[in-house]
Design a protein around this ligand. Structure first.
Ligand code: RUQ
Ligand code: CUA
Length: 760
């Protein structure tokens, strides 16, 4: 009974505190005290999300050098999750259980584990150019890799390594039906994995764009159905796929078409000078549908076992041409209707708007101004340009509004966002940001129907925006309201995980993540685990030098609780979480084990290690899963070789008598009365109209079933006069009752807060 009351005390206290604060201050007083303006209040009102509230959009931001993905909500800017992608992430057990280690191992570079990633551009899978909310892709620039995250459970499922690139920046960008995920190289290198001196740069170094085939049904990239197009060594930069009228084409900007090779140490000007000498670089225009035909017809060369369409083949097939673009360009963004492509000049103050119709007319008429040194035809700028617009110093990336012709461009040097009309070529509004914006992102901004509403400025520097935390500052995502004519700054969010280069925002209701796995699920392979274990079927299998444990986790015990092995054994522990209840994750860690499992309801995870040294190794659940979480523990005993156990019972600290047993039973009966009253409340209301409550009731009923089993055992031992076991089982009976009551109370509170009606 006393234990029951504990649940209510903290609740009651927190209510008292909240009321006290709001009673003492009026809105005016708070404004005065904190120096807030009306404008601040308006911004706060537009972003503040009361407890239990939900966000309208979910953002997936690159986690930069962390190799992860950051998930947050808009407009609240609350961070919801970090997803481990290229880097081990212990909370999720990513890289700490055997299942996920296999995913990370797919990302090895030339046989070597790479436990870091420089993530740049996330992309959401699309159907007919609309985000479908099923998968997320993200690239790693440092080690040209691409990862697939399934948005059913927000877990990384696959990593592929680009077979020919040594650096990659222009990924991940998807074609309108996610047929392909594109990756364009950045720093040119030989496509084979061999040595070539820089004196052979023009001849032997190459760029490329890879089209990774995506199988939407199984949610995996198919390397054997993927191909690349060889490109000149021009430092291809970003990519975008054509849409609607331009569907079937892809666009890739570039810099350093000077093909400068540096050499500051031998007195030559550095890369930055040599790579920004010419007034123009090249926009690469590629017909990927034609490329797919050539690939299927076998018109490729194998490089490192991968199919590559040579520049020569691509030019002959008319699937590749170039257009000059402004000095050291950055960004290439196709309009939602696919008719225009906007490129910015980093060292220029202009954005250049290309017309797809114009460039195609020139290309079809073979109206080229010249060819580049690799024989690629060049369409003259004037034959492809729609408008050239002065938007501010150092424009980078462009996002499209819901309103036709309206776009937002990030201006790096001037630290601002320019809103402008690309049809008319005129600036509409400008807003300063703090500081030095890189990408910017509008809601569903890469789709064929952007939502407008909000824009996020992804700022590279934070300088004086936040409390100082040492020389390394966080990055700053600034939320901007773009629903009116004038942009309005709403919120500054420090992101302390790496440089979140780019982000994508999707309507929250398009995401349908699951809350539990099918029982015994290997989430990384997306199939039933062969190591799944059902309740009561836990076992330890032994063979010479090997111990395999098939165990289970449920509030609040790990089965088995004692594992005896011999020094030198290879120990593999498979654990299945038997819970069906939402958010009942259990963890698993052990002294000196360097593993941590995150076993969500239904999941099966595996820890593996060599029991090198004799000793006592406590293990426990690492998630605070229940009131008896601390007791969710066990021992791995590593016995020395040749150890013989003495015949001796357990030497426990406590001996129990009939009086102890009776006392426990009395407590249990009192607890049962509480449970009965809660059950009475629930069943006298229309609880079946509330799915959340139905799930809680199912879980509670299950826990009560366990209580019944323990009660039976307790009574059997009591009949035999074994009050040691009778008392312990009566205690276990009570544990299950407490869990039942906890769930029941949660259900009751939910009903009260959500206006359930009395039915009888
Ligand atoms: S680009 S530096 Cu996304 Cu502006 Cu990578
Ligand atoms: Cu399970 Cu703590």
């Amino acid at each position: 009974m006393n234990e029951m009351k504990k649940y209510f005390v903290p609740l009651a206290l927190s209510f008292a505190v909240t009321t006290a604060v709001s009673a003492a201050s009026t809105l005016d007083e708070v404004m005065k005290e904190r120096g807030l303006t009306q404008k601040d209040l308006l911004a706060a009102a537009k972003t503040y999300t009361p407890t239990g509230g939900r966000d309208e959009y979910i953002v997936f931001a690159s986690g930069g050098q962390s190799g992860q993905v950051i998930v947050y909500g808009i407009p609240s800017m609350r961070i919801l999750k970090y997803i481990g992608v290229f880097t081990p992430e212990p909370w999720q057990g990513y890289g700490f259980d055997e299942e996920s280690k296999r995913v990370l191992a797919q990302g090895r570079i030339q046989g070597k584990d790479i436990t870091f990633g420089d993530t740049h551009h996330p992309a959401i899978s699309e159907t007919a150019g609309e985000y479908n909310g099923r998968y997320l892709f993200i690239n790693d620039k440092a080690n040209p890799r691409l990862a697939v995250i399934d948005l059913h459970d927000f877990e990384t499922k696959q990593i592929v390594v680009n077979p020919i690139m040594k650096s990659e920046h222009g990924g991940a960008f998807v074609t309108p039906n996610t047929e392909y995920v594109m990756e364009a190289s950045q720093y040119a290198a030989p496509l084979e994995n061999n040595f070539e001196p820089l004196s052979n740069f023009n001849d032997k170094y190459r760029g490329a764009v890879t089209y990774w085939k995506f199988d939407d049904k199984v949610g995996r990239l198919k390397p054997e159905e993927s191909f690349s197009v060889e490109l000149p060594p021009y430092s291809q930069d970003l990519s975008d796929a054509g849409k609607l009228v331009s569907e079937g084409w892809s666009f890739h900007n570039s810099f350093c078409s000077e093909r400068y090779v540096g050499g500051i140490e031998s007195g030559r000007p550095p890369f930055e000078a040599g790579c920004s000498q010419k007034d123009t670089d090249f926009l690469h225009v590629i017909n990927w549908k034609k490329g797919e035909e050539l690939f299927k017809a076998g018109k490729t060369t194998k490089i490192n076992g991968h199919d590559v369409i040579s520049i020569k083949t691509a030019v002959e097939a008319g699937m590749l041409f170039l257009i000059p673009e402004p000095k050291s360009p950055h960004g290439v963004d196709v309009s939602p209707d696919g008719t225009h492509i906007i490129v910015s000049g980093k060292l220029d103050s202009h954005t250049w708007v290309y017309s797809f119709e114009k460039m195609m007319a020139a290309h079809k008429a073979k109206k080229y101004e010249s060819t580049d040194p690799y024989g690629i035809p060049i369409v003259a700028l004037k034959d492809a340009l729609h408008k050239q617009v002065n938007v501010g110093l150092g424009p980078l990336h462009t996002q499209y509004d819901a309103k036709k012709c309206v776009v937002f461009t990030s201006i790096y040097v001037d630290s601002m966002v320019t809103k402008w009309d690309y049809c008319e070529g005129k600036v509409l509004d400008q807003m300063p940001v703090h500081y030095n914006i890189g990408h910017l992102m509008a809601m569903e901004g890469d789709s064929v129907s952007p939502d407008g509403k909000y824009l996020v400025a992804l700022n590279k520097l934070a300088i004086d925006r936040f409390n100082p935390v040492g020389p390394l500052h966080p990055q700053n995502h600034q939320l901007i309201d773009i629903s009116g004519d004038k942009m309005q700054l709403l919120y500054d969010m420090p992101l302390p995980l790496g440089e979140p280069h780019y982000a994508v925002g999707i309507k929250a209701d398009k995401l349908k993540p699951g809350i539990r796995y099918e029982s015994g699920w290997d989430s990384r392979a997306d199939q039933r685990s062969e190591f799944r274990t059902r309740a009561g079927r836990e076992k330890i299998e032994r063979s010479p030098g090997k111990v395999n444990v098939f165990g289970t986790l449920i509030r609040s015990h790990i089965t088995p609780e004692i594992i005896e092995v011999t020094e030198g054994d290879e120990v593999t522990i498979h654990l299945t979480n038997l819970e069906r209840a939402q958010d009942e994750t259990h963890g698993f860690a052990m002294y000196g084990g360097n593993f941590n499992l995150s076993v969500e309801p239904g999941k099966t995870s595996t820890a593996k290690f060599i029991a090198e040294k004799p000793g006592v190794y406590p293990y426990y659940c690492t998630e605070f899963c229940s009131a008896l979480h601390l007791e969710m523990q066990g021992y791995l005993l590593v016995q020395p070789k040749g150890y013989v156990a003495a015949a001796k019972g357990m030497d426990e600290g406590q001996k129990y008598t009939k009086a102890d047993y009776d006392k426990q039973v009395k407590t249990n009966l009192d607890t049962q009365a509480v449970i009965d009253s809660v059950v009475g409340f629930i069943t006298s209301h229309n609880y079946s109209d509330f799915p959340t409550v139905v799930a809680l009731v199912e879980d509670a009923t299950e826990q009560l079933g366990f209580a019944g089993e323990s009660k039976k055992k307790a009574e059997e031992y009591a009949t035999q006069g074994d009050f040691q076991n009778a008392t312990l089982w009566a205690g276990q009976w009570w544990q299950y009752q407490v869990k039942t009551a906890d769930l029941g109370l949660r259900a009751k509170t939910f009903l009260e807060e959500n206006g359930a009606k009395k039915v009888k």
